[in-house]
Design a protein around this ligand. Structure first.
Ligand code: ZN
Length: 111
């Protein structure tokens, strides 16, 4: 028995058994297996995504080289730059808002 003839048998079985209740049962079973095969990777992917998000929340990005590392470290493992800022809220609060307006005013005086 070579592969093409077995394929023909498969097609023959599909055509003559699938319309019968037994064939429907086999199809349902195959559908269930197919669902399991498709759902399991989805669930695993979801778990993976959640763990990645959890890891990401614990990560911080280096201001100097842009590499990300766990915020338990205060010194960047890539470039050795010391980072004290842990979240974006602190960055926004630390930017002196007056400096930008002062620059604009000085430009106006120069003109
Ligand atoms: Zn760095």
């Amino acid at each position: 028995m070579n592969k093409p003839s077995s394929l023909i048998w498969m097609v023959f079985i599909l055509i003559f058994i699938v319309p019968t209740p037994a064939g429907k049962f086999i199809l349902d079973l195959a559908g269930g297996i197919f669902l399991l095969i498709t759902i399991i990777p989805l669930i695993l992917g979801g778990i993976g995504w959640f763990t990645w998000k959890r890891i990401q929340s614990k990560l911080q990005v280096c201001e100097v080289c842009g590499s990300s590392f766990f915020n338990t470290h205060t010194i960047c493992p890539i470039c050795g730059e010391r980072t004290t800022i842990t979240n974006t809220k602190d960055i926004l609060e630390n930017i002196p808002a007056s400096s930008a307006t002062i620059d604009i005013k000085s430009e106006n005086i120069d003109l």
